[in-house]
Design a protein around this ligand. Structure first.
Ligand code: COA
Ligand code: AMP
Length: 636
């Protein structure tokens, strides 16, 4: 192993952060280059590149299309669920995006307007994001697995001028009609968008509402016929590029804001130094454009770096078999795959001997990166043993937009310690503290915090909610960003992420709020009180389990109410919540001051050692919980 440049690079950043980011910023084509790197007094903790002017779409598309990569594949769409593939070169991408941007402009959308995007994994979803970036509009992509109510909440918060949607998504063999969800959401929302541009997919066409809905293909064709294309609009580096909603501790999601300049600088830096990927190479993030991984590493980072990105409309298994990932890597000459550990658990479950894998077909493949949830050592070791390339866990959040802690392949890999995502990236000064904010000794668990300012690429605030940002992230540990993850740092400076300090759970790499699910359960007329916890699941990492206490006098059979509750969560939050287990109990375990003992319930459900909380009101309730779980085959 050659000597890693990591330590020197991290030390250089720490010695002079502004010089470090000024140097990284040179990889971006600015309209007005930054004279000032950080204004520490601006925003809630400082703003990066406050006087620079730029355009993200120009950097992701035009500079490559016009700079010698016009004929190179920018995007490869591979869709086993529709049996189709399409390669889009940088020149074609520029044409598609500039034409769609002209359509958006004709629809009256201008810089600063919000545009909500509700689309599956098809090239038009990426075109839509880039078209918004081109004209300075702020996109907000909503994942297809959310129900109408979640969509409505986002419409009301982002107040989009227009919505871009597809008629349907495809989940393995199921066609999911998007349009009724969209119509339902607009009906529910207080804010009404002026127009919806709808892409009709042949698998299920939608009925368009006269006066509001516009046909995507027709408008594109008309713009193309007339030769209308929109140019890149200069925006401030600090202007928002997008808002992406993520689960908070209540049912109201948080609108994470990403700016233009810092985002480009950080992502561009990460492609070469963290992922070790070079212009012209093929990078595949097997995620969804509805998640942050999709924003950063399906769309923006690979394109900013002049790579080829892959848009995969399929699953790790079942489309058609657990060899799907290997087929894509071989066929498209992928050098780096980025996915969630749950995908590898799914592949391993169906093909434990990896009989679908023939390493001789993957000569280009160099590394697997995992994120989105804890990479359990067992899964990492299995992936290493079958792929014979580095398997790299890295830790980040929607809020940060890129990796906080990882193993920088590009700078030279550090030794892997299973169970740890390795070391902080430049930009992140990470400490583990106790409840009073005091650093804890090496090896001791505590809250993981990041010294302010957060680096370029991380969120400057929540959409129109500076106070909520300050309260949720900055108030508990002054001078630091609270990650809400808990863990420890070992003697070599390796970080270990052990869980959340709030009520967020992680189901199949999807971040979900148990508080949000409790709000839904509590809305059922038969429910007096409830508690949702995440219980260990061999495939999905965690699976939600809702305990409900029914109101006195409810005579409906419990099984009927429980089935109702499962349906209700699916209807209100969406199938992505994967809420399949509601358990009726007589009482919930509480402390004497009335706090529900969710942590103890989780330990019982997971079969972990637990001790009786000293403050428990009635210890017998825990036996009742264990018995209720055992009756469902979940043994203590
Ligand atoms: N649109 C509509 N519905 C969706 C959806 C989408 N984009 N994505 C998921 N769903 C639905 C699924 O069809 C499923 O519905 P069901 O209850 O009717 O079966 C439900 O939401 C739960 O989905 P999921 O938790 O993904 O489970 P799954 O059993 O369909 O698949 C895996 C399990 C592991 C194969 C799958 O989660 C996976 O591929 N994960 C990869 C990880 C990933 O992409 N993480 C993102 C962050 S990097
Ligand atoms: P999201 O914002 O959806 O990306 O989810 C972020 C959360 O997922 C983090 O706060 C962690 O709890 C968890 N997470 C993401 N990546 C990792 C990882 N590599 N190891 C452990 N937990 C992770």
């Amino acid at each position: 192993m050659t000597q890693s440049r990591y330590r020197a690079t991290y030390a250089a950043w720490k010695a002079d952060p502004q010089a470090f980011w000024a140097e990284a910023a040179r990889a971006i084509d600015w309209i007005t280059p930054p004279a000032s790197i950080l204004d520490p007094a601006a925003g809630l903790y400082g703003r990066w590149f406050p006087d620079a002017v730029c355009n993200t779409c120009f950097n992701a598309v035009d500079r490559h299309a016009d700079g010698g990569r016009g004929e190179q594949a920018a995007l490869i769409y591979d869709s086993p669920v529709t049996g189709s593939k399409r390669t889009v070169t940088y020149a074609e991408l520029k044409d598609e995006v500039a034409t769609l941007a002209a359509v958006l402009t004709e629809m009256g959308i201008v810089a600063g307007d919000r545009v909500l995007i509700y689309m599956p994994m098809i090239p038009e979803a990426a075109f839509a994001m880039l078209a918004c970036a081109r004209i300075g509009a702020i996109h907000s992509v909503v994942f297809g697995g959310f129900a109408a109510k979640e969509l409505a909440t986002r419409i009301d918060d982002a107040t989009p001028k227009a919505i871009l949607a597809a008629s349907c998504g495809i989940e393995v063999a199921k066609v999911i009609a998007y349009k009724p969800l969209l119509d339902g959401a607009i009906e529910m929302a207080n804010h009404k968008p002026e127009a919806c541009l709808v892409l009709q997919r042949p698998q299920l066409e939608a009925t368009l509402l006269p006066g509001r809905d516009l046909d995507w293909a027709q408008l594109l064709a008309a713009a193309r016929m007339a030769g209308r294309k929109a140019d890149c609009v200069p925006v401030k580096a600090t202007d928002p590029l997008y808002v992406l909603y993520t689960s908070g501790t209540t049912g109201k999601p948080k609108g994470v804001v990403r700016d233009n300049g810092g985002h480009m600088v950080a992502l561009q830096w990460s492609m070469q130094n963290l992922y070790g990927v070079h212009p012209g190479e093929v990078f595949w993030a097997a995620s969804d454009v509805g998640w942050v991984v999709g924003h950063s590493y399906i769309v923006y980072a690979p394109l900013l770096a002049g790579c080829t990105t892959i848009l995969y409309e399929g699953k790790p298994v079942g489309t058609p078999d657990p060899g799907a990932y290997w087929r894509l890597i071989a066929e498209h000459k992928v050098v780096t795959l980025f996915t969630a550990p749950t995908a590898f658990r799914a592949i391993r479950k169906e093909d434990p001997e990896a009989t679908h894998l023939d390493l001789a077909t993957l000569p280009h493949f160099r590394a697997l990166f995992l994120a989105g949830e804890r990479a359990d050592p067992d899964t990492v070791k299995w992936a290493e043993s079958i792929l014979k390339v580095p398997v790299i866990d890295h830790w980040w959040q929607t809020e940060t937009g890129w990796c906080m802690v990882g193993n920088p392949l590009g700078l030279g890999m550090l030794p892997v310690k299973h169970g740890s995502p390795t070391v902080p990236m430049p930009g992140y000064d990470i400490t583990v503290v106790d409840e009073a904010g005091k650093p804890v000794p090496v090896g001791q668990m505590g809250s993981i915090v990041v010294r302010l300012p957060l680096p370029p690429g991380a969120f400057p605030t929540l959409w129109q909610a500076d106070d909520r940002f300050a309260e949720a992230y900055l108030a508990d540990f002054p001078g630091f960003y609270k990650t809400a993850d808990a863990g420890f740092i070992d003697a070599d400076g390796y970080l270990y992420i052990m869980g959340r300090t709030d009520d967020i759970i992680n189901v199949a790499g999807h971040r979900l709020s148990t508080g949000g699910m409790e709000e839904v359960l509590a809305s059922h007329p038969a429910v007096a009180e409830c508690a949702v916890i995440g219980i260990a699941d061999a495939l999905k990492g965690e699976a939600p389990c809702g305990f409900v206490v029914l109101k006195a006098g409810v005579s409906t059979p419990h099984a009927e109410i429980e089935a109702d509750l499962v349906r209700l969560v699916r209807d209100k939050i969406g199938p992505v919540a994967a809420f399949k287990l509601a358990v009726t109990v007589a009482r919930l375990p509480k402390t004497r001051s009335g706090k529900i003992l969710r942590g103890t319930m989780k330990k019982i459900a997971d079969g972990e050692n637990w001790s009786m909380p000293a403050t428990i009101d009635d210890p017998a309730v825990l036996d009742e919980i264990a018995a209720a779980l055992a009756a469902r085959g979940i043994s203590a």
